[in-house]
Design a protein around this ligand. Structure first.
Ligand code: SAH
Ligand code: SF4
Ligand code: F3S
Length: 442
């Protein structure tokens, strides 16, 4: 019997990369690999990379520098770079780090098995095409292993919005949506393998317009309603959305669709109209706030989250104040804030940069405000009866951990609940980033 080769995948960046890593693992496992949790002893290492900020991209090269020494211990080891750095830098990666055998961009993962065969034969392999064929169709999940109760499902890829700071339109290509029947098949398959919650993914997921059974364009809301019919699927989420694509049918679904969870990630990036214009965001602070009002009218208890960039070129203190004011008025349950990072090839890279110390100081101030808001929302949950999808055992004896409807991590004490169950709890305490709860005995 041949000993299976070991595959180690390290994932950086967004949830779409997490999804892609799972699919790549499935396709290589079909080629006789087994997954392992450490780079040491692996026969194939894939770094699934992110190019969104400079730091994320540079991390890859320092990691490659460390990993190449493993080739002396295991001459059969092959190293690959996948994801958005692979797409953006291509061949350059092999020039900078000759230990790399394989480079493949996010749209070509279905070609990974052939590429693997080539590197096993001693060649290098590079593929950063945006091919015509549908990678998802070929990357169909065949491994029937049990899954965690919560899973990602990519329904849309790419972006046509071209925000002035962002590499995604270049690394993931033009917007495209998967057809509804394929998504439904995959969702059914996930549910059969124990999944109770699905998060639909896309760089611009609410711009989804995949073909329905009859070939007509379907909106994200229509897709969600179709998923709502699946027995055994209990929770639906989606991320990430653009404010301009929050259509009325999607907003309405937040009020009426039973399985759609009361949580929405809706990045705005800045509260200053002048900066939003320079960012090419094509919405204003006011139009964003109007969308939020509509969503809250449909679902008053919804927890909102957002992304912010501070220190975008030409941002003044007054612009930054406008961002703080917007945050004050929205009251986010979560928010992610980033210091602007210059990305070669994007329009903003050419503009007057904000002083790094000023940007650092703004980042600190925005994060203080966001942290205060997060605590307020966590505190507002104390005493409420919520439902938790149990995902794993906790650190303490008898403790189980899962997520509430609002995506907060909840630790349930003295629990006999099993993984995958959805249980009613009473929230007893708010911690820094999570909630404590006890079971409600019915
Ligand atoms: N498609 C999503 C998210 C894209 S990337 C959207 O439209 O919001 C995730 C986040 O990274 C962005 O929301 C933005 O806040 C941040 N980001 C993107 N490019 C960046 C850059 N050059 N510097 C700093 N942050 C950036
Ligand atoms: Fe990037 Fe803007 Fe597209 Fe989001 S909408 S992926 S921030 S270009
Ligand atoms: Fe990063 Fe690519 Fe996702 S740049 S954030 S891994 S789409």
């Amino acid at each position: 019997m041949t000993v299976p080769k070991k595959l180690f995948i390290k994932t950086y960046g967004c949830q779409m990369n997490v999804y892609d890593s799972e699919r790549m693992a499935e396709s290589l496992c079909d080629q006789g690999y087994v997954e392992t949790s450490s780079a040491e002893g692996a026969d194939m290492i894939l770094l699934n990379t992110c190019h969104i900020r400079e730091k994320a991209a540079e991390k890859v090269y320092s990691e490659l520098g460390r990993l190449k020494s493993l080739k002396t211990q295991n001459p059969d080891l092959k190293i690959g770079v996948t994801g958005c750095v692979a797409q953006a830098e291509g061949e350059e990666i092999m020039r900078r780090q000759p230990a790399v055998d394989l480079v493949v961009g996010p749209q070509s993962y279905h070609r990974l098995p052939q590429m693997e065969a080539r590197v096993r034969a001693g060649e290098t392999a590079l593929d950063t095409d945006f091919p015509e064929e549908d990678k998802f169709a070929t990357l169909k999940g065949r491994t029937k292993a049990a899954r965690a109760p919560s899973a990602f499902l990519t329904v849309q890829e790419g972006c046509d919005k071209f925000c002035a700071f962002c590499v995604v339109p270049y690394t993931r290509g033009a917007e495209s949506s998967r057809p509804v029947p394929r998504i439904l098949d995959e969702a059914h398959e996930l549910v059969e393998r124990g999944v109770r919650e699905i998060t639909l993914l896309g760089q611009n997921v609410n711009a989804y317009h995949g073909a329905g059974v009859d070939g007509s364009d379907q909106s994200l809301a229509q897709l969600i309603w179709a998923l709502n019919e699946i027995d055994g699927l209990e929770r639906i989420r989606f991320t990430t959305s653009h404010p301009n694509d929050m259509t009325d049918d999607l907003i309405e679904a937040h009020g009426t669709c039973e399985k759609l969870m009361p949580y929405l990630h809706l990045p705005v990036q800045s509260g200053s109209d002048r900066i939003l214009k320079r960012m090419n965001r094509s919405h204003t602070a006011e139009s964003y706030l109007r969308v939020i009002d509509k969503i809250r009218a449909a679902r008053p208890d919804i927890v909102l989250s957002g992304d912010f960039i501070v220190g975008f070129p030409e941002e003044t203190e007054a612009d930054f104040q406008a961002t703080l004011e917007l945050i004050e008025s929205v009251k986010y349950g979560y928010a992610y804030s980033f210091k602007y990072s210059t990305r070669p090839g994007t329009p903003a890279a050419e503009r007057a940069q904000v002083d790094a110390l000023v940007a650092d100081e703004r980042l600190q101030r925005i994060q203080d405000l966001i942290t205060r808001q997060q605590h307020d929302i966590l505190n507002s949950m104390v005493g409420r009866d919520l439902h938790v999808l149990v995902e794993k055992t906790g650190r303490n004896q008898g403790q189980m951990v899962g997520k509430s409807e609002y995506l907060h991590a909840v630790h349930i004490e003295d629990s006999k609940a099993t993984i995958g169950e959805i249980v009613p709890v009473k929230i007893t305490e708010a911690k820094r980033n999570s909630l404590a709860a006890k079971h409600i005995v019915i």
